[in-house]
Design a protein around this ligand. Structure first.
Ligand code: NAI
Length: 415
């Protein structure tokens, strides 16, 4: 078996951490039992480009339990957990991922997974899908799954340009994904990343959150819960208003730049914080990015403006500007929760990856007859994942009476 990982001797640690994550993923566990019994993915080859974390490892093992052959590479150069990569290789899954790999290695690894001739691809950010369109456009693919908002935006742009050549399921758009993973997962784990890197007290600090989508909303809520004064920057008027009514101050990046102690981007956009903002930020301000790509903070310009740079602590880089002010950047401006912490807790990835596993099964059955478009997971599967998760948490779901069902369906009743 071919693979490329950092250190095989880390496998034992990886196995223990995967076990801990797996215990907190009961919905995926239920799917695994059915997959083991029915083998719905027999003879399917899967190529995955995802964050190499304990939760992803569990997903890979569940897909394999369903009969699939799987190979995995990283969807971000800094999010790979090397012990997890080693444990997966130990379990017989080919992994091509090394934490901190350079861009050339990153793409070599994507190509190595594609060399396994997958029928289905699992993508997170659409890099693998893009390689399949730009460099390997002859390679046949039944379809794929996309995990994150930025990837879905790229796929929809490909579909709009009429270049998407196979069906993709926007797993991110399932309610049981974005309303929980993006909000609660990114909300908590982004702050976890900043805490591990900088160990600051949030209480009393001014935290500027850029973007009030599902991720930004979750981050703002959690920062508020820790006692921070939250400022939101948003370009969509409805979301900006929603932030204002949730109790946050809403202002422009220019107004917020001199006020923030901590800046967190979650927009999926480019250069949200740039030269004119760095020029007025306080000495000691901390910048972190929770969005998919490392382009939200203009680090090229910050490097240009800086007289010196040093790694002050693990995952905390310090730029000293000509006027003596120091600006600190967490995890090189890459996904802060995966670069400086362990990503989302398993409890919430349980749902995202249950959606992924069900999407793979659905695509395997329906893919050949689907058009090359972006699809969402059927609503009944989305609801089934929510029902199972609620059940695992001990929550009871109200069952409507026949009279109620009839009433809600009818337009004939009035005052
Ligand atoms: P979203 O599209 O729901 O929200 C993004 C918000 O940013 C929108 O409301 C948009 O109007 C706003 N925005 C865009 N450009 C802006 C700018 N220049 N200034 C201020 N606001 C701006 O997206 P979602 O789901 O919240 O995801 C955000 C990013 O986080 C994406 O890149 C996504 O892929 C990534 N993501 C990261 C995760 C992680 O583990 N760190 C998990 C899930 C998503």
């Amino acid at each position: 078996m071919e693979y490329d990982i950092a250190d095989q001797s880390l496998a034992e640690l990886g196995h223990r951490r995967i076990e801990w994550a797996t215990r907190r993923m009961p919905v995926l566990g239920a799917i695994r039992e059915r997959f083991e019994r029915d083998k719905p993915l027999a003879d399917v080859t899967i190529g995955a480009c995802m964050h190499v974390t304990t939760e992803t490892a569990n997903l890979m093992l569940v897909l394999r339990a369903g009969g699939a052959r799987v190979a995995l590479c990283a969807s971000n150069p800094l999010s790979t957990q090397d012990d997890v990569a080693a444990a997966l290789v130990d379990a017989g899954v080919p992994v091509f991922a090394i934490r901190g790999e350079d861009s050339e290695t990153f793409y070599r690894h994507i190509n190595a997974v594609l060399d396994s001739k997958p029928d289905l691809v699992f993508d997170d950010g659409a890099d693998m899908t893009t390689v399949l369109h730009e460099q390997r456009s002859d390679q046949p693919i039944v379809g794929g799954m996309e995990e994150t908002t930025t990837g879905v935006i790229r796929l929809r742009a490909m579909a709009a340009d009429n270049v998407l050549r196979f069906p993709m399921v926007a797993v991110n758009d399932s309610d049981t994904k974005h309303l929980f993973d993006n909000r609660h997962g990114t909300g908590q784990s982004s702050l976890d990343g900043i805490l591990r890197a900088a160990n600051i007290l949030f209480a009393g600090r001014t935290v500027v959150v850029a973007g009030y989508g599902d991720c930004g909303l979750g981050i703002a809520q959690r920062a508020d819960g820790l006692g921070a004064k939250v400022i939101v920057v948003e370009s969509n008027p409805v979301r900006a208003l929603s932030a204002a009514m949730d109790g946050h101050r809403v202002m422009t990046t220019h107004e917020a730049a001199p006020l923030g102690d901590v800046f967190i981007t979650a927009t999926g956009d480019i250069h949200v914080f740039r030269r004119e903002h760095f020029e007025v930020m306080k000495d000691g301000a901390i910048l972190a990015n929770a969005g998919h790509f490392d382009v939200e903070i203009d680090l090229a310009v910050l490097s240009e403006m800086a007289d010196s740079y040093r790694e002050l602590r693990d995952n905390l880089g310090e730029y000293t500007l000509a006027d003596g002010r120091r600006l600190l950047v967490v995890a090189e401006g890459r996904l802060v929760n995966l670069g400086a912490a362990e990503g989302h807790p398993a409890d919430v990835m349980d749902m995202s990856f249950a959606d992924q596993a069900l999407a793979a099964e659905w695509l395997k059955d329906h893919g050949p007859s689907l058009e090359p478009k972006v699809y969402v997971l059927p609503r009944e599967l989305d609801h089934e994942v929510a029902r199972l998760k609620l059940e695992s948490m001990g929550g009871g779901l109200e069952i409507l009476t026949d009279e109620q069902i009839e009433y809600l369906k009818s337009w004939r009743h009035g005052t």
